[in-house]
Design a protein around this ligand. Structure first.
Ligand code: A2P
Length: 291
């Protein structure tokens, strides 16, 4: 059903031959790239068209990719897909993705070269746990990200429900280098002019956001891993809040595996319970998918 087939009429090009209609297969579930922006030699984002039938909840992920190289013997090609958090909100007419570039990564070594007008494969089956439905009501929500783990929060920060459900939104982002914070910082700064959020939530909605970016391997305004800064109490002091507690705090985590596990352990110490779509609770976790 999802096979896109372009029908090419070759009669005009070859009038001497018998008229034929040749089917040229295109990518299955193909979407067209509309914008590409590179931030560093390790990070880029792109936007593409959205399948008309795709509905998703802000914070979910889908499988995206490219057609793989032809098999050396059979010549057959298989799609090369990876899970990617959708970085755009559920109401956006396009899709946005934020990706790492890995030189020898099977997918990202090629994906990093996509240009406007190219096609990507996008399987329209969204899933994931970083969704509002998996949390019980609270006063404050924390988004904890490392690296490209910022992506689902780029979606949730543009989602009106985030501001309807919570009085305060704290986003922490830990990266190795300062330039790796650009995507997140620009997105957060841009929220002030977001027409939909200003209209639906009201002017000044962005004052609910507290942004806490840190770097670990390059000098920046704030250095250190967020986990260490929380353990020492420094992060809470600077943010002007108490450590997380199950009565009022809710949290979503998206980073590398070690980061996720460390935060989970800390949250259990604070008395927070992990939630899921089927059993909402205080916090949810998702791995930032790498190539
Ligand atoms: P560090 O430079 O100290 O390893 P990566 O690019 O390797 O996924 O890491 C992204 C960011 O996450 C880096 O700043 C890294 O810090 C940080 N990080 C890695 N593991 C943890 C962890 N267990 N707790 C907190 N931050 C972490």
């Amino acid at each position: 059903m999802n096979e896109h087939v372009k029908v090419t009429d070759t009669t005009a090009a070859a009038p001497a031959t018998k008229p034929t209609v040749k089917a040229v297969p295109m990518l299955p579930d193909a979407q067209t790239v509309t914008e590409v922006q590179h931030y560093t030699d390790r990070l880029f984002r792109f936007r593409c068209t959205r399948p008309a039938s795709l509905r998703f909840r802000s914070g979910e992920f889908v499988m995206i990719g490219l057609m793989g190289e032809p098999h050396p013997e059979t010549g057959k090609q298989k799609p090369l897909l990876r899970a990617y958090s959708i970085a755009s909100p559920s109401w956006d007419e396009e899709m946005e993705f934020y990706s790492i570039k890995v030189e020898d990564g099977p997918l990202t070594s090629r994906l990093q070269h996509i240009k406007v007008g190219d096609e990507v494969i996008l399987r329209p089956k969204p899933v994931g746990t970083l969704v509002h439905d998996a949390l019980i009501p609270g006063k404050r929500i924390w988004f904890f990200a490392t690296g490209t783990g910022f992506a689902p929060f780029a979606s949730l920060l543009r989602e009106p429900q985030t501001y309807e459900d919570y009085d305060e939104i704290i986003i922490t982002h830990t990266c190795r280098e300062a330039d790796e914070l650009i995507y997140g910082r620009e997105l957060i700064e841009g929220l002030k002019d977001d027409e939909l959020l200003n209209e639906v939530i009201g002017e000044g909605f962005w004052k609910k956001i507290k942004y806490y970016p840190t770097t670990t391997r390059e000098e920046s305004a704030k250095m250190g891993r967020i986990t260490d800064l929380m353990r020492s109490g420094e992060a809470f002091k600077e943010l002007g809040v108490e450590p997380l507690n199950p009565e009022q705090d809710r949290a979503m985590i998206c980073g590398n595996l070690a980061f996720n596990l460390e935060l989970k352990e800390m949250f259990e110490e604070y008395g927070l319970e992990e939630g899921a779509n089927s059993k909402p609770a205080h916090y949810v976790v998702e791995k930032a998918f790498l190539d």
